[in-house]
Design a protein around this ligand. Structure first.
Ligand SMILES: [Zn+2]
Length: 156
């Protein structure tokens, strides 16, 4: 079987749902945490640390009968900034989106500094600046605390 055919079959293996591809290697479990999976009703396929055609390593998550909310996508981009999301309907890819980390992240995660004003009872939305995209490092607008991927993952 030719490589292109193989790839085709892989993506086509679910009838309806979402395929999240190009997840940072070994981060698939955090992706599942964000999506509150596994659960009793959802069929999942998870591939971890597999070789992609360009020889780098990645994770893939296939979720049947489920599409992602914007809230989930906003969190996902922090853990898997290079991921692509394929929406599958009746075995066909109907929509393909590449995640992109913006320069500012608002109201998605909370600051890891317990004394930060965004963690007080004030009605303040959290806000972070993306200090680095590779690796992901965020800096709090209010207290300047920086958060790396491990800090971010702890919240999911
Ligand atoms: Zn803060």
């Amino acid at each position: 079987m030719k490589v292109t055919e193989k790839k085709h079959l892989k993506v086509k293996s679910i009838k309806n749902g979402t395929v999240i591809d190009h997840i940072t290697a070994n981060r698939a479990l955090s992706v599942l945490n964000i999506l509150n999976l596994p659960d009793e009703d959802t069929s999942l396929t998870v591939a971890m640390n597999v070789e992609s055609p360009d020889m780098s390593r990645k994770d893939i998550v296939k979720i049947e009968n489920r599409e992602l909310s914007q809230d989930e996508v906003d969190k996902l981009v922090l853990i898997a900034p290079n991921a692509t999301i394929n929406i599958i309907r009746d075995y066909e890819i109907t929509r393909k989106a590449r995640l992109e980390l913006k320069d500012e992240i608002s109201d998605v995660i909370t600051c890891s500094n317990p004394n930060c004003i965004s963690n007080s009872n004030e009605p303040i939305k959290t806000k972070f600046y993306v200090q680095s995209k590779k690796p992901v490092i965020l800096r709090c607008h209010f207290c300047e605390r920086t958060m790396d991927l491990d800090d971010i993952e702890e919240q999911f």
